[in-house]
Design a protein around this ligand. Structure first.
Ligand code: FRU
Length: 608
């Protein structure tokens, strides 16, 4: 009898195994076909950890809560090997029936084969998710980066009560672009960033693309005085604009039930708003990417929008789509005037190839942006940063003391998903304060000055040379062993041809920065900087005009583990470039090609 029961059970189990297998404790799998599996969560835990294999396509996962689709996510569920785990947060659904209805992309030959996919075996429930840094070589030491997963554009930045709020385009389920969500970080010093809970998640209208936040001081949108309002693009089948509001200073947002607040007949995205005193209304600037232009609206309450004008057709860079706009007014340094700056990020078509930030200087009356023209009557194309890795730059609204502080995404769409990191992908630039100045050619330009807060990064002064005359013979200085540093120097190269500053390491990898006094340009060569072969677009020499007095330049360079930001003349010219050296750069060399360059105040600070 005992034997018979055993036999029966074995039979039943074998039968069940054709449809259900067990993964980790508290997870029951039912394989329904070669591409469809139900994952029933029976255990209690904070997270369901999902194994990811970067090289395969996304599986579509409908999360059913008590039988209703609560959310849909896309995850590269591991087939032959798991590169890493990502956490699916179960806490909102505690006490409910949770089933993940998974459709995998690759049809397998048989259900038996599909069942052997690594994801089913490695899926597990856990109360914690390990975010300890696994990217010692390239995770920035002093730039903002996500704890894990993919990041692109910074979004919705604002300043309130001593705190800088930074949201960003985030994939919580992988290190490539997908599942766009607004993740959130805060800082009180623009150096240390605290990772906050996710702020805005996708809903039925779509994923959460880029946008902006503003403090609604007079409660015009109906959420009370000083509510934080977010406008963003809902990206579903089409793109439309949505509103969300926060009454707890930007920690949590309630998505407006009557969204979208703006729906056009063509692709439009990345709304950026500000309260315009002059018209007593809001202005919103919206990218019309495929028309290579920006749309300008006014609104009394951020819900009813009136199209006032369009800007950009045929102007500036027209070799790529227009995205992520910004519009603000600033004083012109040393002059008694103010000017408006219209920012238009474009991709591709940047001066160094791929993505870049262009801007226009002009006037704005609440309806129309009128760009300044140059001596010949043309609207000049101007670039904020001539490196390859500064994109989607937009400013913090409500900055203290009239500050217009900008952060950019430190990558380029040409290769962002391929860079050699995996736990996280990409970081943001250092914060930069925008200033307007008149260049030697009479034009007004936008300067990006490293935020004053960054002075607090300085630790030990490890090199300090007051004056030196630099010729052909290379002069070398040691850099901190961990390669992290800030370098400053003033160069007078009027009696030389090129002045060359090189960062190098023990592996023979180097980055060469060259000042050409005749051309009045700065260049950065990262062709031999380390790992460069993950994309043919990565090795590059980028060049920026210096706009100042020919023959002299003040250089300020920030070196982090995988980035170099070069500021010429207090941010009059800027280049941001990623680098992936196999060892930190520990030597700084300077030389002049022909003649002698005078170098004064050469300083190197290690970083705290
Ligand atoms: C720019 C961009 C935006 C869009 C977002 C989506 O990098 O393409 O236009 O809102 O990324 O993640």
């Amino acid at each position: 009898m005992k034997e018979a029961t055993k036999y029966l059970c074995a039979l039943l189990l074998a039968a069940a195994a054709t449809t259900a297998t067990a993964a980790g404790d508290g997870i029951v799998l039912s394989h329904l076909s070669t591409t469809n599996t139900l994952v029933r969560v029976t255990g209690k835990a904070h997270y369901l950890l999902l194994p990811v294999q970067e090289s395969i396509d996304d599986a579509r996962v409908n999360v059913l809560v008590d039988g209703k689709v609560a959310e849909t996510i896309f995850v590269r569920l591991a087939q032959s090997k798991a590169d890493f785990l990502v956490p699916f947060d179960l806490t909102p659904y505690r006490g409910h029936n949770v089933i993940l209805d998974v459709v995998t992309p690759q049809g397998r030959g048989s259900v038996r084969e599909a069942k052997s996919d690594v994801c089913w075996r490695d899926m597990q429930l856990s109360d914690s998710f390990d975010t300890a840094n696994r990217e010692a070589a390239y995770r920035p030491a002093y730039h903002h980066a996500p704890l894990y997963g993919w990041m692109n554009d910074p979004n919705g930045m604002f300043y309130k009560d001593g705190t800088w709020h930074l949201y960003y385009q985030h994939n919580p389920y992988g290190s490539k672009w997908q599942n766009m969500t607004w993740a959130h970080s805060t800082s009180t010093d623009l150096i240390h960033w605290k990772h906050e809970p996710i702020a805005i998640k996708p809903n039925g209208l779509g994923t959460v693309f880029s946008g902006s936040c503003a403090i609604d001081h007079n409660g015009s949108a109906g959420y009370g005085n000083d509510a934080v309002i977010a406008l963003y693009t809902s990206a579903g089948t089409s793109q439309m604009q949505s509103l969300a509001a926060s009454n707890d200073g930007g920690q949590t947002f309630n998505i407006y039930g009557a969204n979208p607040v703006c729906a056009l007949e063509s692709e439009a995205r990345d709304p950026n708003m500000f309260w315009n005193e002059r018209i007593g209304k809001w202005n919103i600037i919206l990218a019309h990417p495929l028309d290579y232009e920006m749309l300008i609206f006014s609104s009394p309450d951020l819900k009813e929008w009136t199209l006032e004008s369009k800007f950009g057709k045929g102007l500036g860079g027209q070799d790529g789509i227009w995205e992520c706009p910004d519009l603000f007014e600033l004083p012109v340094e040393d002059e008694n005037t103010r000017k408006w700056v219209l920012i238009s990020n474009i991709n591709p078509g940047g001066p160094a190839g791929g993505s870049a930030t262009q801007y226009f200087i002009g006037d704005f009356d609440g309806k129309t942006f009128t760009p300044d023209t140059d001596k010949d009557g043309n609207v000049p194309t101007k670039w904020m940063d001539y490196g390859k890795d500064n994109y989607a730059s937009v400013s913090f609204s409500d900055g203290p003391a009239g500050r217009r502080t900008i952060i950019g995404w430190m990558s380029n769409w040409q290769y962002a998903p391929e860079v050699p990191t995996q736990q996280f992908r990409s970081a943001n630039t250092l914060p930069r304060d925008m200033k307007l100045f008149r260049g030697a050619d009479g034009e007004i330009y936008l300067a990006s000055e490293p935020a004053a807060e960054l002075l607090a990064l300085r630790d030990k002064l490890t090199v300090n040379v007051k004056k030196s005359s630099i010729g052909k013979n290379v002069v070398r200085h040691s850099l901190p062993k961990n390669g992290l540093c800030e370098i400053l120097l003033d160069v007078d190269a009027r009696k030389a041809t090129k002045f060359i500053l090189t960062l190098s390491n023990a592996a023979g990898e180097k980055v060469e920065m060259t000042y050409d006094p005749k051309a009045n340009t700065l260049a950065m060569d990262r062709t031999k900087s380390g790992i460069t072969d993950f994309s043919r677009d990565f090795p590059a020499v980028t060049v920026a005009p210096t706009l100042g007095t020919a023959g002299k330049v003040a250089m300020r360079i920030f070196v982090d583990r995988s980035s170099i930001e070069l500021f010429g003349d207090g941010g009059h010219s800027v280049m941001t470039n990623l680098v992936f050296p196999t060892k930190p750069y520990t030597t700084l060399s300077v030389s002049a090609e022909v003649g002698k360059a005078r170098v004064t105040n050469l300083k190197v600070y290690s970083i705290k």
